[in-house]
Design a protein around this ligand. Sequence first.
Ligand code: MD5
Ligand code: FE
Length: 203
Amino acid sequence: DYVPLADGACWLPGFALPVMDELWSCVAQHLRIYPPQQMQTPMGYLMSVTTSSMGDWGWVSSANGYGYSAVNPATQQAWPPIPPVILHLASAAALKAGYAGFVPDSCLMNIYQAGNKMGLHQDKDEKDTSQPIVSVSLGIPATFLFGGSKRSDKTQKIPLHHGDVVVWGGHSRRFYHGVAQVKPAIHPLTGQQRINLTLRKAR
Ligand code: MD5
Ligand code: FE
């Protein structure tokens, strides 16, 4: 399935399902070793989601600012490499959306519990905006809010389910987006959580 959402953006429902067993074993193992942390925004708020990363660069935030870091702030150790199954999934999804040769160097994992949400924002911390962002949804469903280039643009509501992949490129790369408050649910693999993997070329 291939559902165009906007110029440069497309939704691939169920695209990750064929590799889910291997994908989930990598993600679950990672989360046991690198427990997700609740990041603080520079304004002093705590984000409701918790995050962890893989790859050369992990996204971090603190009172000192936010951006990509080569080390985990909790341990000052490098993040682990992105496993091949995730690299292959991301480049295959990007290719399907028309972006050949996508090689991410960062995999941010956002963990949502029931009641968590992500406010409308733009992703502006990556240098090369010719590179898309690939997002993989695992676990309980969520409503993704997909806006436009202005905060006031109206948002499309996209129901993202376990195994869905979305590729954000072109103009949509800088569009406002967020996640509506997640409703309580249970998924056989992930339990009471939604996990989103965001694959990027950060540097
Ligand atoms: C999530 N994460 O579901 C989303 C998936 C983040 C974040 O937003 O910044 O960690 S990535 C969705 C995305 C990325 C870039 C552009 C657009 C959406 N978009 O134009 O809608 O946890
Ligand atoms: Fe974002």
